[in-house]
Every structure is written in structure tokens, then in C-alpha cells.
Design a protein around this ligand. Structure first.
Ligand code: ATP
Ligand code: MG
Length: 408
């Protein structure tokens, strides 16, 4: 890929910068917390510690989001914890885990972040030194790598270029490794123990299973209502008309034709209703045109200009395809109804064995799931397949919905 190495170095530098920033935060937060904890002896600590732990929780939540994006979703999602006082905080294992994480970031994050940033900055310094070496006094020339001085144009284009090559190679090879190491230590410090992870998985499975059961029951009720109110009503009318036609046939055969015509129309209406019900369970457009064709059709119906990019192979399980189709349909309907956006785009791609969908609009944002059933329904539908929906919709916009659903 053109510019691939540059992109890797830039991405690694950004990640190292964040890791370093978290390390700096921990350098301030941990001593402050220790001080506040000690001051509990005189009482004031009981007021000082909770806000600091609350802030630590928010920072850790942001880090969880970053780790999920960078390394895949293996941590519990950010929690919606209210402000709590000391007794409730002390018994919360998550708080202790976040403290452990802060201590690890204080040492490991600061170190790995600083080295990662240095690796990214060194090539820039070498490049600048080649051209600007003359700005330094002759008796104290610029030295960047291994204390080798650059004293003239000759050394600038020999030593300088050699240094530039070495530092660029180091940034390309080691930069991403350091950035990833920063992410790994952060994740391992943030992770719960195997026992707690198992308990969380069981709880999550119970929740998604009951979500799946609820969604299934709701689907059954809807199908039952659709069949009852639509198809069955048409079939009852059809049977009545055929009975009437049989009775009329003896007396007045000429009057049977309009009755049969009405019966035929009733049968067609029943078939069309039945088709609608079937369509709502697995949209036929998916089997006809595949996910990309089906999504393109949904985007074409949206009044906000929508760009669709689908980069997935074959072999996506049918339930996952259907879930992605319904989620994108609901998201674009919401964009139409609520966002006031002037453009939107939908990206569908594979990341490892997950299908990842990003739906972006430049509208007013401010999604509130409690105001409707659509977004909550998307979440339930995905959770039933072990997928996750992340909603990022600050007031004022923009809105980004991200879906990650395993296809294994
Ligand atoms: N893309 C968006 N931009 C701005 N606000 C949004 C967007 N999507 C949803 N919303 C807001 O979030 C709320 C919840 O959306 P949701 O889809 O759950 O409900 P709804 O669309 O109002 O009703 P329904 O249950 O029919 O879907 C909406 O009422 C709307 O105010
Ligand atoms: Mg909606």
C-alpha cells in the first residue's frame, strides 16, 4: 500500500503519545491519591478520594475504548458508574483494577510512550540537522545519534543521511512494536483475573441469552400478529366468497364470475401479505443481491446522500448478514428522521473474524436510546449474535455508530 510505512509510523507515534500522556496522568494521579488516602486519617481524605477515583474511572473507560479499537474488543465495555463515596468504591474490584492499571502506566506507560515518541521524533531531527547544522556554533556542533557531530555539508550528507536512514528504519521497525507493547501492558493491567472474566462472560451470556429469547419472542408475536391480521383475514374472506359462489352457482351461474374474481383478488392480497411477513424475517434482497447490493438499495432510499463502501468476502453467516442489514436500515432511517445531516457514509469491512460496520452522519447528534426502540433493538439484535454496538453521538454531532459482530 502506498504510504503504508508512513501511516504505520504516524499511527505508532500517536499511540505512543497517548500511552505517554496516560503515564503522565498516572504520575500526578497516584501520588495525589496516596496523599488523599493518608489524609483519611484526619477525615478530609474521605472527601478527596472519591472525585479522584471517579476521574480515574473516566480515564480508564476512555482507555478501554482505545484498547477495544486498537486490539479488538476483549475488555468489558465502559461502565456507566455514578459518582460514589468511599465505602462503595472500596468494595468494587473494578476500582482496584483501575488503580493497578494506573500504577503500571506510571512506570511502563511513561517509559514505553517516551521511547516510542523519541523513535518517531528522531528522524525528523536528523532531517532538520542535515539542512540546519550551520545554525549551531562550530565548537558545539549538533549531535543526534551516537554523539557524532555534523560540522559541514560533507558530514551533513554522509553522517546526517546515514543517521536519518538508521533512525527512520528504527522508527518503522521498532515504533509500531513499542506502540503495541504500550497497548498490551495497558490491556493486561486493565484485564480482570481469569475467574472474574469467566464470571463476567457468564453474566454477559445470561444477559444476551435472555435478550435473544426476548427478541425471539417479540419476533414470534409480530409474525403471529401479521399472519393473524393480514393473511388469515384475507383467507377467511376468500373462504366466505368461495362458499357464497358455490351457493349462488345453483341459482344464478352468471353471478358467480364477479364472486370468483373477488376471491382471486383476495388470494393475491393474502399472498402479498405473506410475502411481506417472509421479507421481515430474512429479506429476500439479501439472497438476491448479497449484502452490498441490499445495503446500496437501502442507501438509495435514504434522502440524505449516503456513500456505501462494502469490503467483505463471502461466507458471512446469514443471521449476521440479516442483522447488519436491519441495523444499517434502522440507522439510515434514523438519519433520515432525526439527524438533519447533509451527508452520511456506511463502511462495512472485515477485521480478523469480525464484520465491522461504521455508520457516520454529520448531523446534530445526541442519540438518546431511551426515547425509542430502534437503537435498543439494534443492540439486542447484535448481542444475540455476540456482537456489540458502540454509539458515539455527542450533542451537536457528528454521530458514529460502530458495529462489531463475530462471523466465526
Ligand atoms: N442519527 C441520529 N442523529 C441524531 N439523533 C438521533 C439519530 N438517531 C437517533 N436519534 C435520536 O435518538 C432517539 C432514539 O432513536 P431510536 O431509533 O431508538 O428511536 P426512534 O427512531 O425515535 O423511534 P423508533 O422506535 O421508531 O426507532 C431518537 O428519538 C432521536 O431523537
Ligand atoms: Mg429509530
Amino acid at each position: 500500500m502506498a504510504g503504508g510505512w508512513w501511516y504505520r509510523v504516524w499511527g505508532a507515534a500517536r499511540s505512543s503519545l497517548v500511552t505517554f500522556g496516560l503515564g503522565l496522568y498516572a504520575i500526578i494521579a497516584i501520588p495525589l491519591l496516596v496523599y488523599s488516602a493518608v489524609s483519611c486519617v484526619v477525615g478530609i481524605g474521605f472527601l478527596l478520594v472519591p472525585p479522584q477515583l471517579w476521574l480515574l474511572g473516566r480515564v480508564a473507560d476512555a482507555e478501554r475504548v482505545r484498547l477495544s479499537h486498537s486490539l479488538g474488543s476483549t475488555l468489558e465495555p465502559p461502565t456507566n458508574r455514578p459518582f460514589r463515596w468511599l465505602p462503595a468504591l472500596i468494595v468494587d474490584r473494578t476500582v482496584w483494577r483501575e488503580l493497578r492499571w494506573a500504577v503500571v502506566m506510571l512506570f511502563g506507560g511513561t517509559l514505553l510512550g517516551a521511547v516510542g515518541i523519541a523513535l518517531a521524533v528522531l528522524p525528523l531531527l536528523c532531517f532538520a540537522a542535515i539542512w540546519l547544522w550551520w545554525l549551531f556554533p562550530a565548537d558545539d556542533p549538533i549531535r543526534i545519534v551516537a554523539n557524532v557531530p555534523i560540522t559541514g555539508w560533507l558530514s551533513a550528507f554522509t553522517v546526517g543521511v546515514a543517521q536519518l536512514t538508521i533512525t527512520t528504519a528504527a522508527a518503522i521497525v521498532c515504533g509500531p512494536f513499542l506502540a503495541r507493547s504500550g497497548l498490551w501492558i495497558s490491556r493486561s493491567a486493565m484485564r480482570a483475573s481469569a475467574r472474574i472474566q469467566l464470571a463476567q462472560q457468564v453474566a454477559a451470556l445470561q444477559r444476551t441469552r435472555s435478550g435473544a429469547v426476548d427478541a425471539h419472542a417479540a419476533d414470534l408475536r409480530r409474525i403471529e400478529r401479521d399472519l393473524h391480521d393480514g393473511t388469515q383475514a384475507h383467507l377467511v374472506a376468500l373462504a366466505l366468497r368461495l362458499g357464497l359462489a358455490m351457493r349462488v352457482l345453483q341459482r344464478d351461474p352468471a353471478a358467480v364470475a364477479p364472486l370468483l374474481e373477488q376471491a382471486r383478488e383476495g388470494a393475491e392480497a393474502a399472498m402479498s401479505d405473506l410475502r411481506t411477513v417472509l421479507r421481515s424475517t430474512y429479506p429476500p434482497i439479501l439472497s438476491d443481491q448479497g449484502l452490498d447490493g441490499a445495503l446500496a438499495a437501502v442507501a438509495a432510499r435514504c434522502t440524505v446522500p449516503t456513500r456505501i463502501l462494502v469490503a467483505i468476502g463471502d461466507g458471512i453467516p446469514a443471521p449476521v448478514e440479516a442483522a447488519v442489514y436491519f441495523v444499517v436500515t434502522e440507522a439510515l432511517t434514523n438519519i433520515d428522521r432525526h439527524s438533519g445531516a447533509t451527508r452520511a457514509h456506511v463502511d462495512v469491512r472485515m477485521a480478523d473474524d469480525h464484520i465491522v460496520v461504521e455508520i457516520h452522519d454529520n448531523g446534530r447528534g445526541g442519540i438518546d436510546e431511551s426515547r425509542g426502540t430502534g437503537v435498543a433493538g439494534m443492540r439486542r439484535r447484535l448481542e444475540a449474535l455476540d456482537g456489540v454496538l458502540t454509539v458515539d453521538s455527542p450533542p451537536g454531532g457528528p454521530t458514529i455508530l460502530q458495529v462489531a459482530c463475530p462471523c466465526g
